[in-house]
Design a protein around this ligand. Structure first.
Ligand code: COS
Length: 379
């Protein structure tokens, strides 16, 4: 695989980094402290075409590949992890499934508005009783003539309340497993759709996460995404590339934490010398940089396979597992290196620590990644 970025990918990184450092990062601490949606960052992302990264130009998007997508998420996450997850979920598990599984009519109807940022997208799979066991979902979709009627409750929905379009997974078939699941495009203003509790979280305070309640929500048959009974495949394929995005978030957070820890330990003097010059500290920095480099290579490898149309389920899960564990460990060690200052919110270390924890849990816990990897190995 290629280890160097192409000139186009390098230029994209430079442009997104410039935006992230000048617009996104200055607001990140306040967004976290005030639990506020990062409006300016998302508006800037929209202007830079980051809300249609993977959508081809014919549907109004930037038409870039998965490596470009990863780089964008990585750079945003280094500045503000909340902004990164909003943009990540919108692109990977909301826009991409329409691109991959939508009819031409559905693509023309939804993708231009999503790419232009007129509507944010969200992915509504998880339910109170079905998290890791996604196929056990209970939300029902009953067909009456030209309509489906959806009833149920979803939970842990990123972008809830801000999304204009939800991809909702519901049971159309009589079986209680994956082959009875279908996917629907449900506009936020559909009658009977409402936002339930929006959670107070440990981290990612700028990214809304909460419940979505569906009470006899009627959608036309034209809003069925892919075929009846094929919704679980839609969800699994969306999560495969979603996990590349989460890996991008992980390397962004880890890069930010490591960069700040390097600066801190070079400037912080104890016993008459910068603490970075103590071998114990140097070894910690070396281990962090090594794991981060490996995580980045694994993530870029999965993204490159995805773009090439090759199987990438295993590599995406490996990248997600490795990169998010690395990010959590790096963020933890960076708190330790900054000592008391690492533990107070005047410095960014504790925010990176809180933000990183979510990555080991969402879009498939790291235990589920091991399930996916083991199944792929044994197939
Ligand atoms: N891409 C496309 N299709 C896939 C797939 C993938 N990566 N993985 C599985 N499928 C298909 C299978 O081929 C199967 O279809 P067929 O019956 O037609 O062959 C179907 O999906 C069911 O697959 P499987 O039997 O493996 O499903 P399980 O119920 O055993 O669950 C796991 C599989 C555990 C991997 C799945 O439930 C999962 O990913 N759970 C975590 C969910 C998650 O990440 N939630 C986070 C939501 S966002 S916060």
């Amino acid at each position: 695989m290629q280890l160097d970025l192409s000139p186009e990918h390098a230029a994209l990184r430079a442009a997104v980094r410039d935006f992230a450092e000048s617009v996104v990062k200055p607001e990140a601490a306040a967004v976290d402290r005030e639990h506020r949606f990062p409006e300016a960052a998302i508006e800037g992302a929209r202007e830079l075409d980051l809300l249609g990264i993977l959508i081809p130009a014919e549907y109004g998007g930037a038409g870039l590949d998965h490596l470009a997508f990863t780089i964008c998420i990585e750079e945003l996450a280094a500045a503000c992890a909340s902004t990164a997850v909003i943009v990540d979920v919108h692109n990977s598990v909301a826009c991409e499934p329409i691109l991959l599984f939508g009819s031409e009519e559905q693509k023309r109807r939804w993708l231009p508005a999503l790419a232009a940022g007129q509507a944010l997208g969200a992915f509504a799979l998880t339910e109170p009783g079905s998290g890791s066991d996604a196929a056990a979902l209970k939300t029902s979709a009953r067909r009456y003539g030209d309509e489906y009627v959806l009833t149920g409750a979803k939970v842990f929905i990123t972008n809830v309340g801000h999304a204009g379009l939800y991809i909702v997974f519901a049971r159309t078939g009589s079986t209680d497993r994956a082959d009875g699941v279908s996917a629907f495009l449900v506009p936020a203003d559909a009658e009977g759709l409402r936002v339930g509790q929006v959670f107070e979280k440990m981290g990612l305070h700028g990214s809304p996460t909460g419940e979505l309640v569906l009470e006899e929500v009627r959608v036309p048959v034209a809003n069925l995404l892919h075929a009846e009974g094929k919704g679980f495949q839609v969800a699994m394929r969306a999560l495969d590339s979603g996990r590349i995005g989460i890996s991008g978030q992980a390397i962004g957070i880890a890069q930010a934490a490591l960069g700040e820890a390097l600066e801190y330990t070079k400037n912080r003097r104890q016993f008459g010398q910068p603490v970075a010059t103590f071998q114990g500290v140097g070894f910690m920095l070396a281990d962090m940089a090594t794991r981060l480099t490996a995580a980045r290579q694994m993530t870029y490898h999965a993204a490159t396979l995805c773009t090439a149309g090759k199987p990438f389920t295993r590599e995406a899960s490996m990248a997600k597992l490795f990169a998010t564990d690395a990010a959590m460990d790096i963020a933890t060690d960076c708190v330790q290196l900054a000592g008391g200052y690492g533990y107070v919110s005047d410095y960014p270390f504790e925010r990176h620590f809180r933000d990183a924890k979510a990555l080991q849990i969402y879009e498939g816990s790291n235990q589920i990644q091991r399930v996916v990897i083991a199944r792929e190995l044994l197939r």
